[in-house]
Design a protein around this ligand. Structure first.
Ligand code: P6P
Length: 341
């Protein structure tokens, strides 16, 4: 087997050979990777650790926090606050931004994360993960505010996730394609296991929570009905369905073999654009999907072009195999049905 290269060497080469990432961004990504490794060890303890079950509190989203949600959030904060590469952080688990304390040097990057996405799956041993997104802090003013985070996803300089499943795998883009790094537990380091990840433009596999069918937009209902009609229907082929209810796991499958992932607006909460969060779920995942040749839409526009107005805002999500995402967007246009704003 050819000698595998470590995440560290890969990032040094991206910095030195390709000049793609500045030193401070390389440092940031290595720190995030080490934090993900630490979270993986906590997750893998399962019932042998004391981190299972609910923390008895709710996060800013009003969702019950698992103990591991809080642990993962603390691991990411503690790992990143002292290195001098960040100005501030934002997390699904924190209402406001976390400004790097004055006792540490302030850096030029902003880090956002969902520290443990899919955490409702922890107690049933289903894959979960950490999602992260990196922006540059605007340099036109001193200090850092929440408003500095409100940048469209197209402004990201790095994005990725770490999936804690049968393997622990870090998936990363810095704008030059998507690479995957598997945790070698014997060495305790991430090693490159796949480069230039590509998503097929067509698929036979859709991913959506079917229990919400009666609440969907007509455009989504039309798309799924046609998939269910199979080879005798307008699509002329049979489809399969997967729904893990862990975005990291569903997106990892799509990056690995194609498919379309949808969590669209529905009329259960018509004033909310969707369930998933724009800044630290849809934007990082959308950039990864695009960098792998897929597409990411909210039904009416490219997700990465959505201009955020709130740190924790939600968005309708349709992403994956390019031709399928474009078909759904076409159905929205044709039915003149725009997802709720
Ligand atoms: P539902 C997990 O709670 C999450 O935020 C995503 O990871 C996942 O795709 C979605 O919610 C699952 O939602 O409504 O099917 O439980």
């Amino acid at each position: 087997m050819s000698k595998r290269i470590s995440l560290t060497r890969y990032l040094v080469e991206q910095q030195r050979v390709d000049g793609l990432i500045p030193g401070q961004l390389r440092l940031l990504l290595e720190v995030v990777a080490r934090a993900c490794k630490r979270i993986s060890f906590e997750v893998n303890k399962g019932a042998l650790g004391d981190a299972m079950g609910s923390a008895g509190s709710e996060n800013v989203q009003g969702e019950v926090q698992k103990k591991l949600d809080i642990i993962a959030n603390e691991v990411l904060i503690e790992a990143n606050e002292w290195g001098g590469h960040l100005a501030a952080m934002a997390s699904e688990e924190m209402e406001g931004i976390y400004i790097v304390p004055n006792r540490y040097p302030q850096g030029e990057y902003l880090l956002m994360f969902d520290p443990l996405d899919g955490s409702s799956n922890i107690d049933v041993n289903v894959s979960i993960g950490t999602i992260f997104s990196v922006l540059e802090k605007p340099q036109d003013h001193p200090g850092v505010t929440e408003g500095d985070f409100l940048q469209a996803g197209a402004k990201q300089v790095a994005a990725g996730y770490c999936i804690f499943g049968p393997q622990t795998t870090l998936v990363l883009t810095v704008g030059d394609g998507v690479s995957m790094f598997t945790l070698d537990r014997e060495q305790g380091s991430f090693v490159l296991t796949q480069e230039n990840v590509r998503i097929p433009e067509d698929t036979k596999e859709f991913s959506i929570n079917m229990s919400n069918m009666r609440h969907w937009d007509p455009a989504i209902k039309r798309y799924i009905d046609e998939c269910l009609a199979g080879e005798d229907g307008p699509r002329g082929k049979n489809f399969n369905m997967r729904w893990i209810a862990s975005m990291v796991a569903d997106i990892h499958r799509i990056l690995s073999r194609g498919g379309i992932f949808m969590y669209p607006w529905d009329k259960r909460e018509p004033n909310k654009p969707g369930k998933l969060r724009l800044m630290y779920e849809a934007n990082p995942m959308g950039w990864l999907i695009e960098q792998a040749g897929g597409a990411a839409s909210n039904g009416k526009q490219r997700i990465l072009d959505v201009q955020p107005t709130q740190l924790h805002e939600r968005v309708s999500v349709i992403m994956g195999s390019k031709n399928e995402v474009e078909r759904v967007a076409q159905y929205y246009a044709e039915l003149n049905e725009q997802p709720s704003a």
